[in-house]
Every structure is written in C-alpha cells, then in structure tokens.
Design a binder for this molecule. Sequence first.
Ligand code: C2E
Ligand code: MG
Ligand code: MG
Ligand code: MG
Length: 296
Amino acid sequence: AAKEEGKDRGLLYQPAMELEQLRLQAMRERIAQALQQSRLQLLFQPIVYIDGLPGLNGVAGMEALLRLDDTGQELIEPGKFMHVLDDPQLARPIGRYVLDEALKCCQSWMRAGVSIPVSINISTRHLLHPAFFTDIDAVLETYPDVMDVGFGIEVTETGPSMDHARAKTVIEECRRRGIRVGLDDFGTGSASLSHIQQLDIEHIKLDQSFVRDILSDERNMAIAAGVITTARMLAKTVIAEGVETAEQGDLLASLGCHQLQGFSISRPMPAATVPEWVACWVPPVSWGNLVNERQS
Ligand code: C2E
Ligand code: MG
Ligand code: MG
Ligand code: MG
C-alpha cells in the first residue's frame, strides 16, 4: 500500500516539479534578456547613523538594490529571481552591471555635491569567480573618485559555499583596495561573531527577521541585544535592517546599534532622488536622547 501511495504521490509531484523548473528557467531567460536590453535597474536605500552625525548629514551610505523593469509597470523585486543572482552563467554579468551602475550613480551624487558611500550586494558566485577582482579593478579605475567617499560590499552565506581560507583571502583582497566588507542577513546563517572577528569583516547587518518583532518577541529582542553588545565589544559596526517603525528604531538605538536601515527611514529610491533625500534627512531627536542616556 505504501508503494502504491508513493506512486500516486509521484504522479502528482512530478508535474509540479517540472512546472517549477520551467518557471525558474523562464525567469532566467527574462533576466538574461533584460540584462542585454538594459532593463535592469538599481534603487538605493539609505543607511543612517544613530549616534552623532559622523557622516554627511547623518547618512552613512546608500545600498544598491536590483530591480527588473520588464512590464513597464511595477518594478520586479529580487525575491522573484533570487536563483538567477547565483546562476553560474549570469551571476558575473549581473554583478558587473550592478558594480558599474552603482559606482556611476555614486559619482553623479558627488558631482551634485553629495558625497556618500555606496554599497552593493555581491552574489557568492561572483565573489568566488576567478575574474571577480578583474571586475572590481575595472570599475575602480573607471570611477576612481568613489574610493574617496567609500565603497562597500555586502556578502551573504547563501549560494555556493566558501571555505574559511578562501573567505579570508577574498576579504584581504578587498581591504587592500579599501573596500569595506559587511556580512548581510546576520543571524540567519551559521556565521558567528567569532568568524566575523577572524575574517576581519567590518560590519554586520542584523537580519530583518530579528527586527520585525523585536518589540513583541522577547527572544528576538534578546538575540538583537546580545549581537549588538558583543559586536560593539569586538569593535564591529552593527546595522539593523528592516526597521519599519519609529519604535523599533528607538529600541535599537537604546540597545547601542550603530546604524539603521528600513522603510521607516526610507523605502528604496531611484538614484536621481538621492541627493535631495540626503539634504533633507534629519535624524529623529529621540535617537540622540537615547544615545546620550546610554553614555551617561
Ligand atoms: P538584502 O541585501 O538583505 O536587502 C534588504 C531587503 O529588504 C531589500 O529587498 C529591501 O528593499 C528590503 N527592505 C528594506 N527595508 C525594509 C523594511 O523596513 N521592511 C521590509 N519588509 N523590507 C525592507 P529587495 O530589494 O527585494 O532585495 C532582496 C534581496 O535581494 C537583498 O536582500 C539581496 O540579498 C538581494 N539583492 C538585491 N539587490 C541585489 C544585487 O544587486 N545583487 C545581488 N547579488 N543580490 C541582490
Ligand atoms: Mg544587502
Ligand atoms: Mg539583508
Ligand atoms: Mg536579505
């Protein structure tokens, strides 16, 4: 009976699998075409300082986020094409597009009198590609001024796995060029703060899943507090992502988080809007008070 059952399930299961394969393949084609026809775009989401105003107007930088402009209507978010970002054939061309576009935008902000660092997300596939530093050096040569304001990459633990020695070499190569390296989605993978320390990673981004219900879930609050405290002791910068409300921001500020990013500060925006946004940004008064309380 079990065998029969398995057979039946197999019949139902297989077409669904094939459908999924076709859907993934179709999206891959769409992205490949969009890349050729310049229909990939970047939006930029600000990262802001909590304590003091060390950056330009309190803005620590802008993170480039990829969008597919395919329908002429709403831009499509990477959630729909995550698998393509680590595709063996497409990871590098997509990565090169993002590198070039992000640094170009950063340079145009500088020309508009707004010098703020830019950061981009790098797929592990591109990071581990033998030509990764060829691509990096090419853009650094094209947009040399960007290094004066700051350029950072965000890496995750998803995609092909990377051994410790390889990770160390890659990070050293970045550092040698003055590129900041951060670990994205911290807390969701297996990386520990001790890895971060050994690998000389400059900052971590506390994953949104801890931030989302930080006010209602004591365990997530405890994790966030622990990560922030330990990271501070190790002299690492902590950025909280996915901050959707002022209350979440206030709590993270009181826990000693260094920088915040999320919809409550700003949704991702087109590059052209960035200089004006930076000029208008004013950090909430509550953050300053919370930081002072912590320090006294
Ligand atoms: P990520 O790097 O962790 O980026 C944060 C994601 O959270 C972004 O989604 C951003 O729009 C979203 N977000 C920001 N603030 C909030 C908030 O307050 N609430 C909520 N609910 N969401 C918020 P997005 O742009 O859809 O990107 C998703 C992921 O796709 C990124 O996660 C990153 O891993 C990847 N990605 C984005 N752009 C690129 C790229 O150019 N290259 C590569 N390789 N991956 C990228
Ligand atoms: Mg990121
Ligand atoms: Mg993240
Ligand atoms: Mg993410």
